[in-house]
Design a binder for this molecule. Structure first.
Ligand code: C5P
Length: 201
């Protein structure tokens, strides 16, 4: 069975949590596509050429411990603006999306570019303040120097770059269900995603 769920939206809106739980609930495979750009960026920060880094990615690159740092996140949104880099990564994402057994992909351009025919498309958002609070709570235990204000600034810069780039800018597909999670618990957001999928299964 091929069944593709596309989950897009800005940083720290809840896409990752929703995607993981939805994938577990339906037994679908999950691909966090942001990790691909982060892994490419980590190699670029080590001096590699962006196109070579993207083309040479291996599964083990996606498991590096340093991918969640703010530095790698910023670098990721810079390499993600290079259209040739994005092109190199399309085939892998599409084949993941159409694997047998169902797939959930989360990112910025899944419903618009990678899987325009996805069975279910969600565009997950939350207010800037809520997203900064969530990301700060997630990162601060390992990064004692971070401030919530700094995290907010970082998210704003990254979102602006992701929204304004020429190739595959971050935006909701016309047929995406918009889910604003600002006032929702994780359980409520996951339940909304599950019911959108059940309608189409
Ligand atoms: O989702 P995450 O915050 O890990 O993504 C890191 C960066 O990767 C984003 O800011 C964005 O620039 C890029 N990205 C993208 N397209 C995707 C997923 C992520 O451009 N499908």
């Amino acid at each position: 069975m091929i069944f593709t769920v596309a989950i897009d939206g800005p940083a720290a809106a809840g896409k990752g949590t929703i995607s993981k739980q939805v994938a577990a609930r339906f037994g679908f495979a999950h691909l966090d596509t942001g990790l691909i750009y982060r892994a490419t960026a980590a190699r670029v920060l080590e001096g590699e050429d962006p196109l070579k880094a993207a083309g040479g990615l291996r599964p083990s690159d996606l498991e590096r411990d340093d991918l969640r740092t703010p530095k790698v996140a910023q670098a990721a949104s810079k390499v993600a603006a290079i259209s040739e880099v994005r092109e190199v990564l399309v085939a892998f994402q599409r084949s993941f999306a159409t694997r047998d057994g169902g797939a959930v992909l989360d990112g910025r351009d899944i419903g618009t570019v990678i899987c325009p025919d996805a069975d279910v498309k969600l565009y997950v958002t939350a207010s800037d303040a809520v997203r900064a609070k969530r990301r700060f709570a997630e990162l601060s235990p390992k990064n004692p120097d971070l401030t919530e204000e700094g995290v907010l600034q970082d998210l704003m810069v990254r979102d602006k770059r992701d929204r304004e780039r020429v190739t595959a800018p971050m935006r909701a597909a016309y047929d995406a269900l918009q889910l604003d999670t600002s006032e929702m618990s994780i359980e409520q957001a996951v339940a909304a995603a599950i019911s959108a999928i059940e309608e189409k299964l």
